[in-house]
Design a protein. Structure first.
Length: 259
């Protein structure tokens, strides 16, 4: 697959054109950012693991009828995906209270949310991805009622499926973020972006050890080992897999800018 020009570079991924205007290449970088870009690092091997984990999850979601952008994985770091216009909203589903929810509303950390909670955030780094309501989405025509209802239903189905998938391998799906896009070819809404330990909170069911990007956000160390554990538990890689040199490499650069 011939790679064309770079169309977009985000914090963790790059999108390249292909000869087909309806398909692009999604490249997974090793870069990690947190706290609206205040904290940055390169975590060797992260892109390779996220590529494999997201491929596994999105192809499983396809099999239960959740349409998404994945066409096929091309190599260690790249996927061929349908070209979409990303809807500028982050859809967040929560099963257990933690993170920004506990800070914002004072809900006790670890509270089990009986009926999964769906939140919307505007995808805007300059504004710090603010929380928005259904009314904001409809008022500013980011989506119409039918489109929003369709995405809400898809988020619930994705949550049900992922919760079961992770529960079966001893992991709690605490919360996650998904993004949707409109296909360039026919404007239909499909799931896009990635689903990986970068975009989910995943805790060991018994010990509640964090196996996701919170290890980076909270300086807990052993980030790659945690992502590898997710891939091993899901049966994507074997314990001996050499995703990166065996010696532990510390994140190369960790910058914390003062506000
Ligand atoms: P919180 O709002 O508690 O920070 O995050 C809720 C969930 O959404 C977490 O699983 C978190 O990883 C994910 N999430 C929210 N915003 C972003 C984002 O901008 N980037 C990534 N990778 N994940 C996000």
């Amino acid at each position: 697959m011939e790679k064309g020009k770079k169309l977009y570079e985000g914090k963790a991924k790059i999108i390249y054109a292909t000869k087909d205007k309806n398909q692009v290449i999604q490249h997974f970088k090793d870069d990690a950012t947190a706290f609206n870009n205040l904290k940055k690092a390169t975590i060797e091997g992260k892109g390779i693991l996220n590529n494999r984990i997201s491929e596994h999850i999105l192809s499983n979601l396809s099999q239960i009828g959740i349409k998404n952008h994945l066409v096929k994985r091309l190599n260690m770091r790249e996927q061929l995906v349908n070209h979409v216009e990303i809807i500028p909203i982050e859809f967040i589903v929560r099963n257990i209270a933690t993170g920004s929810l506990t800070k914002r509303l004072g809900i006790e950390e670890g509270t089990v949310i009986e009926k999964p909670l769906l939140e919307y955030c505007l995808k805007n780094d300059k504004l710090g991805d603010p929380l928005i309501s259904r009314e904001h989405i409809l008022t500013f025509n980011w989506l119409d009622t039918k489109e929003l209802d369709l995405i809400n239903d898809e988020c619930k189905r994705i949550n049900d499926f992922l919760q079961g998938m992770f529960r079966a391998v001893g992991i709690k799906l605490v919360d996650f973020k998904v993004e949707f896009g409109k296909k360039k070819s026919d404007n239909k809404i499909i799931l896009a972006d990635e689903i990986s330990p970068d975009t989910c909170r995943l805790w060991n069911s018994v010990t509640e050890k964090k196996l996701d990007k919170d290890r980076f956000r909270k300086d807990l160390g052993n980030i790659i080992e945690a992502y590898q554990e997710i891939a091993i538990r899901l049966g994507i890689i074997h314990e001996q897999s050499n995703i990166r040199p065996l010696k532990f490499t510390k994140p190369r650069e960790v910058k914390l800018k003062k506000k």
